[in-house]
Write a protein that binds this ligand. Sequence first.
Ligand code: FAD
Length: 470
Amino acid sequence: MSTQPKTWGIVGGGVLGISLALRLARAGQKVTLIESADHLGGLADAWRLGDLTWDRHYHVTLLSDMWTRGLLRELDLEDQMEWVETKTGFFTDGKLYSLSNSLEFLKFPPLSLLGKLRLGGTIFYASKIGNGRRLEEISVESWLRRWSGKRAFEKLWLPLLRSKLGNSYTKTSALFIWATIARMYAARRSGLKKEMFGYVRGGYAPVMQRFTELLQREGVEILLNQSVRQVRAGAWRTSVVEMKDGNSRTFDNVVLTVPSPVISRLCPDLEIDEKKLFDGVEYQGIVCASVLMKKPLDRFYVTNITDSWVPFTGVIEMTALVDPKEVGGNHLVYLPKYIAPNDPMFERSDDEVREQFVSALERMYPNFRRDDVLAFQVSRVRQVFALPTINYSKRLPPMVTSIPGVFAVNSAHITDGTLNVNETIRLADEAFNTILLRRTKDDRSYEASTQGAAPSTLGAEANRVEVAQR
Ligand SMILES: Cc1cc2nc3c(=O)[nH]c(=O)nc-3n(C[C@H](O)[C@H](O)[C@H](O)COP(=O)(O)OP(=O)(O)OC[C@H]3O[C@@H](n4cnc5c(N)ncnc54)[C@H](O)[C@@H]3O)c2cc1C
């Protein structure tokens, strides 16, 4: 049996791509990571905001994020973590309320006592459901209406669903709300019933810096500024990766970690039914403004918003968690707006977004002055997370594609959780252990092991058989 290391091309240098690259390199494989940006990190990267280097999107770690914490330990950064008890705000009917404990919840005016009891009961009931898979069959709207009632649904749940999912909430399953509640409950359980959030001093920039150094030490070749244009089958069971600049590289195996419709576009050799599965995954995108200010807005890390006139989905006051000294003694706020990938808002300039968002802050916070804004910058990403539509996992694209040696592992394969770094690293581990590890071995042993293999927990092998049979 041959023991020659295989060559692997990983497309995408986000958390998933770099986690897979590390595992494959440690399994003795020759790995090349291909990233279109000039740095690694993807959605979890850092950028310059005025004089500050901080995360392009707000990121926290929960005490229950064991995979993320394991990675930080490995990068020797766990002792650089700060854990802080945070507060939550709620902006509704033009007023800002604190909603950080049970007493405040009981005093919360927009709902009657019965409405609050039903709402609290819904959250408690959802937290007790161990496996939310069966909730995939029912729409989030019917499920929440059933358990929380009409008033709580319309007054609270609906604006919250709309703010994250837009009109796509109508096709989203109840698994979405279960996964969101499960994550928050896990955080509270391990955080002595308090909402403890953590961050690494310096944000994700030092994390990505250390990760890059670790990959280099493990012998991973990192190609930056290389946008992949096409992946196709080559001679002798190899795969050819063509870049936009005309260069191409040949590998024994390729793993694509980019969004599903992009995988469909990059791989013209996929079978028609398989292509349909990749194209069928619907995504939600984001326009997310980072605002550096001289003064704080308020005391809440997250402020949920139900008023539809507010042009952003929520207010994330990072410096309610992060020590302002970390950001030059100033205050950092994120204003995210989740939208569909084809929303015209993607075409708005930074100045237009700034005017709209800053005007809304003036209406919401009487003490806010636009002169306090030191820097304002907008991130736009059209495909952030796959919408958990009804019976989503039954239409999941395969991880093992019909092109020999080409694998598709991306965040659309997170079927029981929300999009976060912890779930992403967990997915990398599962995909490596259940699918990729076998491929690091001799071809014959790989084929023998996939014949009659029990479907993996991720359903990928099962999907592959299904696609091949059609
Ligand atoms: C607003 C926001 C807030 C978040 N908050 C949190 C949080 O508080 N806590 C938490 O744990 N997680 C959070 N997350 C989620 C976290 O960022 C993601 O789970 C994680 O970064 C996903 O990594 P990925 O590798 O799957 O995807 P990505 O980061 O999208 O990586 C894909 C990579 O592929 C590259 N690429 C695309 N096309 C090509 C091509 N043709 N050729 C080469 N390269 C290509 C991209 O440039 C990118 O680097 C948040 C995300 C967002 C957007």
